[in-house]
Design a protein around this ligand. Structure first.
Ligand code: HEM
Ligand SMILES: *[C@@H]1O[C@H](CO)[C@@H](O)[C@H](O)[C@H]1NC(C)=O
Length: 325
């Protein structure tokens, strides 16, 4: 064989280095350490889903909110204390995040099956996957080995989680900050095909859009009228909710993209995907190719699950997902 060029060697080393970064987490991480780990989580997700089918949406969103704030380190699960307001008590999460009891139940069973082995961050990553699967999305292998963080600050949610009034440039930038392409941002937004929203997350579009128009003209007027019935202007009821994809709110399908194309995206940030040519064409492509979108969504979820993870001896394995050891 001829002598290999130094450039090729450098390239090969670089590739190898990237591979180590990629393989910080491993599929089947608990195969020997706690063989039933993934089964137990799936069983608890299934039980939670039978009690309340909205739980699946809650868990998918919880994983997103965990990963975008300080990485996928279970920080969203930590309770506030007298001296610290945790992520879960930020307005971005409280009162809307749900599904915590599924994680608690799984953790309790895992602690008795294999004490101190399975991290809360991994439990949440598995639970999000199981939620996608149980609602009809494609299942995917979850690389694991995440460790739990010891810090959770409500203040960090505001700068890391996109609010529902973002425009397409702000959404693109917010996801780029986490290493995602614009296409991946559009793909992940499809999670809004399941679940619900509190009225407060979009009521500005119905009653106080801007200085000249009260109602957002990009929202289908018939849908707006319906939403106004469900979300009265002067209601103080903070518990009012509407489904995000009314035709199939518990099914991971391309209903979200069909809604957006019909000007029935619930948030400004959903409807904003039609305001740039590139994102609009992604919306059309996803709407037309359910299987393609499901595959892209599964891949994007795996990528999201890799965000700033703690591995090796960093962090800890929490005993109770709500409290630092
Ligand atoms: C693109 C930027 C995004 C914005 C602005 C956004 C915003 C929101 C808002 C405001 C809600 C409703 C909260 C409430 O009032 O109850 C919501 C719900 C939800 N979001 Fe997002 N989100 C985004 C991306 C994502 C991503 C990437 C995922 C997951 C991959 C996701 C999954 C969900 C799910 C499943 C729900 C329903 C939760 C439930 O029913 O409990 N979202 N989102
Ligand atoms: C209000 O929104 C409408 C419709 O999007 C837009 O045409 C108008 O310029 C906006 N007005 C102000 C003051 O922002």
């Amino acid at each position: 064989m001829k002598a290999t060029s130094p450039l090729l060697v450098a390239l090969a080393l670089l590739l190898l280095a990237f591979q180590t970064v990629e393989s910080q987490l491993q599929v089947g991480f608990y195969r020997n350490k706690c063989p039933l780990a993934e089964f137990i989580v799936k069983d608890e997700v299934r039980k939670g889903f039978i009690r309340d089918r909205g739980i699946a949406a809650g868990l998918v969103r919880m994983h997103f909110h965990d990963c975008f704030v300080r990485g996928c380190d279970g920080s969203v699960l930590i309770d506030s204390t007298a001296s610290n307001t945790a992520e879960k008590d930020s307005p971005a999460n409280n009162p809307s995040l749900r599904g915590f009891e599924v994680i608690d139940n799984a953790k309790a069973r895992l602690e008795s099956a294999c004490q101190g082995v399975v991290s809360c961050a991994d439990i949440l990553a598995f639970a999000a996957r199981d939620s996608v699967e149980i609602t009809g999305g494609l299942s995917y292998a979850v690389p694991a080995g995440r460790r739990d963080g010891r810090v959770s600050l409500a203040s960090e949610t505001l700068t890391n989680l996109p609010p529902p009034f973002f425009n397409v440039d702000q959404l693109t930038q917010g996801f780029a900050n986490k290493g995602f392409t614009q296409d991946e941002m559009v793909t992940l937004s499809g999670a809004h095909t399941i679940g619900r929203s509190h009225c407060g997350s979009f009521s500005n579009r119905l009653y106080s859009f801007n200085a000249t128009v009260s109602q957002d003209p990009s929202l289908d007027p018939r849908y707006a009228a319906l939403l106004k019935q469900r979300c009265p202007q002067n209601s103080n009821d903070q518990s009012l909710v509407v489904p995000m994809n009314p035709s199939s709110p518990t099914v991971t399908d391309v209903g979200y993209y069909l809604d957006v194309l019909a000007n029935r995206g619930l948030f400004s940030s959903d409807q904003a995907l039609l305001t740039s040519t590139a994102t609009a064409s992604q919306v059309v492509q996803n709407a037309r190719n359910p299987f393609l979108w499901k595959r892209k969504f599964a891949a994007a979820m795996v990528k999201m699950g890799n965000l700033d993870v703690l591995v090796g001896t960093d962090g800890e394995i929490r005993t109770n997902c709500r409290v630092i050891n």
